[in-house]
Write a new protein. Structure first.
Length: 472
C-alpha cells in the first residue's frame, strides 16, 4: 500500500468513527440550548474550555510525544508508552495538588473539582487512545470515539432533561464518558501488558519531553487565539451574549470535526515518512487538495449559516447566526494552520509551531481589547479571523523552509478574496433587510465563481480518490 492509499485508508477509518461521533454531538446543540439558559450554556463552555487549556499543562503534552515516538518505524513502542505513562502519573499528582488554586478565579470557585476530574481523566483517555492509534489499532481508535459519543449523549439525556443537573450535568457527562471509554480500551486490549517498568529511562523521557514540551505553550497560545475571546465577551459584555457567541461557534465546528479526522490520519502518515523528496511531493499534493476542500466546505457553511441556526438552535439562540459567517472564515484558516503545523510535527521542529502560535495569541488579545468594546461579539469574531490569517501566512512562509512543498500563494489569495466577499455579503444582509435577497444571491454567485476557479483541483481530487480506492 503506497503512502496515498494508506492516508486514504486511515482517513476513511477515522471518518467512520469520528465523523459519526462528531455529527451526533453536533445535533445535541438543540438539547443544550433547550435545557440550559444562555448564561448557563456560556458558563458550561467556559469550564470545559478552561479544562482543555489545563490538559496539556498537567501532563506536559506527553500524549503527543507518545504518538510521535510510537508511530515511527523504529523504536520500542512499549517503552515509549511506559515512559509516557510515568510522565502522565507524575504530572497528574502535581496538577491535583495545585488545582485548589483555581478557586482564586471567581468564575470557577465552585467548579474546581469538575475541572480537575475533567483534566486528569481526559489526559488518561488521550494517552491510551493515542498510543493505540500510533501502533496501528486505527479501527479500535475510531470505534472508541463512537462509544465515547454514545456515552456522552446518554449521560447528557440523563443529567439534563431528566435529572436537571444543569452545568454540572453537562460537564460530568463528558468526564464519565471519558473514564468509561478508557476502562473499556484498557481491558479490551489488555493494555497493562504494554507497561514495562524495566524500560523506564531518563534518556527516553528526555527525548520525548524535548519533542512535546514546545507543544505545551503552542497549545496554550492556540487556546488564547481560539477561546480567550469568549472569556473577554463574557467579562466585557455579558454572559448572555457570550452564550449566543458560543452557540455560533458550534456551526463552524463542523469544519473542525473534519480537520480532526484528517489530522489524525495525516500525522500518522507523515510520522512514518523518512524520504525528504518524497515527503515534499506528498505535502504539495495533499496541500492542494486540502485547501480546496477547506475553502469550498467553508463557503457552503457560510451560505447555509442562517438555515442551520434556525434548524439547530432553540429560542433566542437563533440570533447567533450573524456571527457564523466570519467565524467560519476564521475556521477555514484554522484548518490551514493545523495542516501547516504538521510540518513542524513531522520534522520534529516544534519550536517553530510555538513561535507562530505566540504571534497569533498576542495579536488576538490586542485586537479583542480594541474591537470588543465597540463591536462586542462581532469584534471578537474579526479578531479571531485576523489572528488565524496571520499565523497561516507565517507558517506557510517558514514551514516551506523545513519541507519545500508548493504553497500555491496565488490560488490561496484568490480563494481568500472569494470567501471574504461571501462573508461580507451574508453578514451585512442582517443590517440591510431590504437588500437581503440581493445580498444572498450575490453570495451564491461568488461561491459559483469560486467553485469554477477550483474545478481543476476538484477533478484531480476525484481522480486521485478513484485511483487510491483501486490501490494504485
Amino acid at each position: 500500500m503506497n503512502r496515498y492509499s494508506r492516508l486514504l485508508s486511515n482517513t476513511l477509518v477515522f471518518t467512520v468513527g469520528k465523523l459519526l461521533s462528531k455529527l451526533l454531538m453536533f445535533f445535541m446543540i438543540g438539547l443544550y440550548t433547550a435545557c440550559l439558559t444562555q448564561a448557563e450554556f456560556g458558563t458550561a463552555e467556559l469550564i470545559t474550555n478552561m479544562a482543555n487549556l489545563l490538559i496539556p499543562l498537567a501532563c506536559v503534552g506527553i500524549s503527543e510525544g507518545i504518538f510521535r515516538s510510537a508511530a515511527a518505524k523504529d523504536g520500542d513502542k512499549e517503552a515509549f508508552f511506559t515512559n509516557g505513562l510515568l510522565v502522565y502519573g507524575v504530572g497528574s499528582v502535581v496538577f491535583l495538588c495545585l488545582a485548589p488554586l483555581l478557586t482564586l478565579i471567581p468564575r470557577f470557585g465552585g467548579s474546581v473539582w469538575l475541572i480537575a476530574a475533567y483534566v486528569v481523566v481526559a489526559n488518561l483517555h488521550t494517552v491510551v487512545s493515542q498510543y493505540l492509534c500510533a501502533i496501528g489499532r486505527t479501527k479500535l481508535f475510531a470505534g472508541q470515539g463512537i462509544l465515547n459519543t454514545a456515552l456522552v449523549i446518554g449521560l447528557n439525556i440523563l443529567f439534563l432533561p431528566v435529572m436537571d443537573f444543569g452545568v454540572t450535568g453537562y460537564v460530568s457527562s463528558i468526564v464519565l464518558a471519558d473514564l468509561l471509554t478508557t476502562v473499556f480500551l484498557i481491558f479490551v486490549t489488555r493494555l497493562w501488558r504494554a507497561v514495562k517498568p524495566k524500560s523506564v529511562s531518563r534518556q527516553t523521557v528526555g527525548a520525548m519531553l524535548k519533542f512535546c514540551l514546545p507543544l505545551v505553550p503552542t497549545t496554550i497560545f492556540w487556546w488564547i487565539t481560539g477561546v480567550s475571546d469568549r472569556y473577554m465577551v463574557d467579562m466585557m459584555c455579558s454572559p448572555e451574549l457570550n452564550g449566543l457567541y458560543t452557540a455560533a461557534y458550534k456551526i463552524p465546528n463542523l469544519l473542525i470535526y473534519a480537520i480532526t479526522i484528517f489530522d489524525s490520519a495525516w500525522k500518522l502518515s507523515v510520522s512514518a515518512e523518512d524520504n525528504p523528496e518524497a515527503c515534499a511531493a506528498f505535502y504539495s499534493r495533499v496541500w492542494r487538495a486540502y485547501t480546496t476542500v477547506a475553502f469550498l466546505g467553508g463557503g457552503c457553511l457560510i451560505l447555509c449559516s442562517r438555515l442551520l441556526a434556525s434548524l439547530l438552535f432553540a429560542g433566542d439562540f437563533v440570533d447567533a447566526w450573524v456571527y457564523i459567517p466570519i467565524l467560519t472564515f476564521a475556521t477555514v484558516f484554522t484548518a490551514l494552520c493545523t495542516f501547516l503545523g504538521s510540518v513542524y510535527f513531522a520534522s520534529k521542529r516544534t519550536v517553530g509551531s510555538m513561535l507562530t502560535a505566540l504571534v497569533g495569541a498576542a495579536l488576538n488579545i490586542v485586537l479583542n481589547l480594541l474591537l470588543i468594546p465597540s463591536y462586542q461579539a462581532m469584534g471578537a469574531s474579526i479578531a479571531t479571523f485576523a489572528s488565524y490569517f496571520v499565523v497561516c501566512v507565517l507558517r506557510l512562509g517558514t514551514g516551506r523552509r523545513l519541507i519545500p512543498f508548493k504553497g500555491e500563494w496565488g490560488r490561496l489569495i484568490l480563494n481568500t478574496l472569494f470567501m471574504g466577499g461571501m462573508t461580507a455579503l451574508v453578514t451585512l444582509s442582517e443590517s440591510h433587510i431590504s437588500s437581503l435577497p440581493l445580498a444572498w444571491g450575490s453570495a451564491c454567485g461568488v461561491f459559483a465563481v469560486m467553485l469554477i476557479f477550483n474545478y481543476r483541483p476538484v477533478l484531480e481530487l476525484l481522480k486521485d480518490g478513484k485511483r487510491m480506492l483501486r490501490g494504485r
